[in-house]
Design a protein around this ligand. Structure first.
Ligand code: DX5
Ligand code: ZN
Length: 219
């Protein structure tokens, strides 16, 4: 079954508590938390204070996507705040291997993310050091953007790299995924799907989550 990690970037920022309560009722596998610094991406969202508050409110594991420059500076703080998965961008790390080891040393799952224009080759020499690969299917910074079609081929390539590595690495797709294309994304090899606007703009968000997880048939 495909795991779903709804992004609270598209939720009501004054009421994250109700948003995660709803995600728990819907059976979401993770809560995707988009942390943006206004430097690596042209938007600013929230930081470790929000992660800490969320971890107190919900038992759903937190999938923290760091869209920040030089994330190694803050790994300890995000781990302490209650992240379960900490994902950094390959493009934002001067010493990616070191940063991934830093995440692992906190006992959290280490994720690496690549932007739409970055080649999967950027992942080749860190395959032993990651628990999750996050493949961006939009340019990071904003929710509600259109899925970039070349991502499907990239997911297939990364999926083959993971198989060849013999390791159990989660492949996650992020951006522009909704009811119209989640099947294609899963068929291309994604084990985990992020959905922001598709969930939080829906009339019945719980139904969208259950549908994308394959629990109920299409709306
Ligand atoms: C984009 C974020 C995504 C975003 C997804 O920078 O990393 O997680 O919230 O939102 P949708 O599903 O609306 O594209
Ligand atoms: Zn994200």
């Amino acid at each position: 079954m495909t795991k779903i990690s709804p992004s609270i970037l598209s939720a009501d920022f004054t009421d994250f508590g109700s948003a995660v309560d709803m995600l728990a009722r819907a059976g979401a596998d993770y809560v995707h938390c988009d942390v943006m610094d206004g430097v690596f991406v042209p938007n600013i969202s929230f930081g470790m204070g929000t992660i800490k508050a969320l971890s107190k409110r919900t038992s759903i594991p937190l999938d923290v996507h760091l869209m920040i420059t030089d994330p190694g500076r803050y790994i300890g703080e995000f781990a302490e705040a209650g992240a379960h998965i900490i994902t950094v961008h390959a493009e934002a790390c001067t010493h990616l291997h070191r940063t991934l080891q830093q995440i692992r040393s906190t006992g959290k799952l280490a994720g690496v993310c690549i932007n739409p224009a970055t080649s999967p080759e950027a992942l080749r020499y860190v395959m032993d050091d990651v628990d999750l690969i996050l493949c961006m299917s939009v340019n990071p910074g904003f929710g509600g953007q259109k899925f970039i079609p070349s991502t499907l081929e990239k997911l297939r390539t990364i999926s083959a790299m993971i198989k060849a590595s013999g390791r159990s690495i989660i492949l996650e797709a992020d951006g522009g995924v909704g009811l119209s294309n989640y099947r294609d994304v899963a068929a291309a090899g994604a084990d985990m799907i992020v959905a922001g606007s598709a969930v939080f703009s829906a009339e019945d968000p719980e139904k969208v989550i259950r549908t994308m997880r394959g629990e109920i048939s299409d709306l």
